[in-house]
Design a protein around this ligand. Structure first.
Ligand SMILES: Nc1ncnc2c1ncn2[C@@H]1O[C@H](COP(=O)(O)OP(=O)(O)OP(=O)(O)O)[C@@H](O)[C@H]1O
Ligand SMILES: [Mg+2]
Length: 268
């Protein structure tokens, strides 16, 4: 899988490189570009990703989708949330599972508690809690206020996340949730040096890799791909996140789109 990414040092290098980067990626994956700090363009980008997910295999689009990255802090959690919200605009039931049991964040963004969650369920502690729960009260699946999505938060940080993820309970939970929801998005820790996301990629129908402009390097990306290659998951695409619009060519579609959205905003 000879994918080449250059590490861009200057804006000029970057804009020359963007074309190359997309070309190299596109030989193997679909690539989606998310702009930096641009709310309206970001929403449009996610709608485009939604369409491409729905169209990727129209007969049976992937329903359990893992979001991961090679390195930390590239925008996995942001992507998981935005994709889930965008998908919830067109489908009935969308669930997020926060499988980042090392640095969980989704519950914070959605403003819900995290005293019970995936780790409690996988380690078996929840059976007892289910017995204690009031009838009709689902203590594992939360319904965050003002959202169309449901959430299984990470639960308290366990000592052995990879072990929990490789358990039969995880596999069974995913197949149960797949039957109950139209789409299940799974946030995860980075691939680099951790087994969690690699294991999850074997349990899910599709994997999205998030990389971050100016941060993800050729070496970093290749090292991650190599790890994934051994597993051969179904890679749905690569998201290049936080691209500054000035890094894109003047005549690029994305640049055009930004101008277009600014136009729309000023008219509203
Ligand atoms: N397109 C973007 N434009 C500007 N800021 C962004 C963008 N995407 C993500 N960020 C910011 O970057 C930071 C890291 O994002 P996020 O938490 O989603 O990354 P992550 O890959 O899940 O990190 P971790 O590996 O720690 O779980 C956050 O502060 C987020 O708000
Ligand atoms: Mg995260």
């Amino acid at each position: 899988m000879p994918v080449i990414i250059h590490q861009y040092k200057t804006v000029q290098d970057y804009s020359i490189g963007m074309g190359r980067l997309r070309k190299y990626f596109q030989k193997y994956f679909s690539v989606h570009i998310i702009l930096k700090n641009s709310q309206s363009a970001i929403s449009e980008s996610y709608r485009m990703i939604r369409s491409s997910l729905l169209l990727s295999t129209p007969d049976h689009p992937p329903r359990t989708i893992l979001i991961t990255s090679m390195k930390p802090q590239v925008g996995k959690t942001t992507t998981t949330l935005n994709l889930a919200r965008t998908m919830a605009q067109v489908s009935n039931k969308v669930l997020i599972i926060d499988a980042d049991m090392r640095k969980p964040r989704i519950h914070k963004v959605l403003g819900v508690a995290n005293n019970i969650g995936l780790s409690s369920y996988l380690s078996g502690n929840i059976d007892e809690l289910i017995i204690q729960a009031q009838p009709g009260e689902n203590i594992l699946i939360q319904e965050p206020p003002n959202e169309n999505i449901h959430l299984i938060s990470s639960g308290p940080i366990p000592p052995n996340p990879a072990e929990l993820i490789s358990s039969k309970r995880m596999k069974d939970l995913l197949s149960d949730m797949r039957n109950q929801y139209d789409y299940v998005f799974i946030d995860s820790p980075p691939i680099f040096s951790l087994a969690d996301a690699l294991i999850l990629s074997t349990l899910t129908e599709g994997t999205i890799i998030v990389s971050r402009a100016g941060k993800t390097t050729f070496e970093g990306f290749q090292a991650g791909l190599k790890k994934l290659q051994d597993i051969q998951p179904h890679i749905l695409g690569v998201i290049l996140n936080a691209v500054s619009s000035r890094h894109l060519g003047k005549d690029s579609y994305y640049n055009y789109y930004e101008e277009y959205s600014k136009d729309q905003e000023s008219r509203e």
